[in-house]
Design a protein around this ligand. Sequence first.
Ligand SMILES: C[S@@+](CC[C@H](N)C(=O)[O-])C[C@H]1O[C@@H](n2cnc3c(N)ncnc32)[C@H](O)[C@@H]1O
Length: 455
Amino acid sequence: MKPIVELDIDNLAYNGKSVAYLDGKVTFVNGGLPGEKVQARIVKSKRSYNQAKLIRVLTRSDERIDPVCRHYELCGGCTWQDLTHDRQLFYKRNQVIASLQHIGGLDDVVVDEIVPSPDQFFYRNKMEFSFHVCPPDISTRGFVLGLHERGRFDRIFDVVECHLESEQSNRLVNFIREKVVEYSIPVYDLVAHHGFLRFVIIREGKNSGQSMLTLVSGEGEFVGKDKLVTALKEEFPQLTTIIWVVNATITNIAKGEIREILHGPGHIEEDILGLKFRITPGSFFQTNSRQTENLYRAALDLAEIGEDDTVLDLYCGAGTIGICAASRARAVVGIDIEEEAIESARVNARINNLENCHFYAGPARKVMMLDELQGMNFNPVIIDPPRVGMHPKAMKRLLEIDPRRLIYISCNPATFARDAKELVEAGYTLHKVTPFDMFPHTMHIELVSRFEKNG
Ligand SMILES: C[S@@+](CC[C@H](N)C(=O)[O-])C[C@H]1O[C@@H](n2cnc3c(N)ncnc32)[C@H](O)[C@@H]1O
């Protein structure tokens, strides 16, 4: 039998767990807030840490609040919804400071107050809901449509009301669930890998008001397709496009080949800092549109772009930051590994009538070596890598380019601190770090920073 212990929760860790010490050994708990005494079961004991499962909270912290969401206990989404918003912001900023100190060895960096999201709820512009078949004791209709249960890749629960995207998004999910029953559309079994309807993806231009529904299925005939589309158009006239995508593989990802545009143009547009960006079913786009505007504004202010500057937008996605920078610069070069993102970036430059933007698809470390990019004197360089941070070869190439100003945007304080250490060792000064709360009620943190090299 695994031991049951009492623990005093000390802090919140970046992995979303809380932290306590058991006989001096760090112990990660899947619940509990700082200041609380909890009862927990030790489920894993390694040499340097334990993992424990919360049984119950024995003494409640003043920072604890009742979660707004009715699905909170089950859902893997907003795990910090039981913590006051002010304290969420406090712990996020502290995690940035702690990463810089412990991983980067950087003790004296100015870390600004965290910039709160303009919206605490309904801030997301994209949600993915999964179908899964289920036994009658879970639902008599024989399937569920919703989100993953916390920590379970193989269990989905019916979402009735989620506070992340919009009222429309909730209504759409509930409506589709009813219509799938009414039109007898087969549903996918995500464990046995057979069946038809797999995912519902709802993307909304929070600033443009446009919205896109993508239905992802496995291979096969789309029974009831026309009736479903007619019903959706009638009930949701504000849906500007509906797309059918097929993922014929067994990987449970909400992506695939576009099979048919069922309504509208097959994409939506979103407005960011007065510019237009096209979003297609597979394209990456920052998830919190309104906070993205704050993040980009801060990045562009720090970049201090002059009219003779050539900006390198590394890990550019659909070109959004570079395109926002383009009117201030002589030229912008964007690099991203995803072909589809680069195609979107080119379209985005065109629809904004920008002729000074050039985009390249491929891994950053390789594209930076292209002959045509040599001697371009990039400055500033804006870097926005995925969670793993910069690839060592991309970092090496960046240091060879030797820009005076570097704006580093990160969604992972740990890999940021690792890369910051390397940049500082290479002669850069880290002038400023501003954390941004892009995802309230979750552990995720975004930040913008500026590095500078003199001489
Ligand atoms: C955090 S997103 C940034 C997107 C963009 N800057 C924005 O604000 O929308 C990271 C991007 O890095 C790209 N990426 C991942 N690995 C890469 C690599 N090795 N080389 C180039 N791009 C990569 C992904 O395709 C993704 O678009």
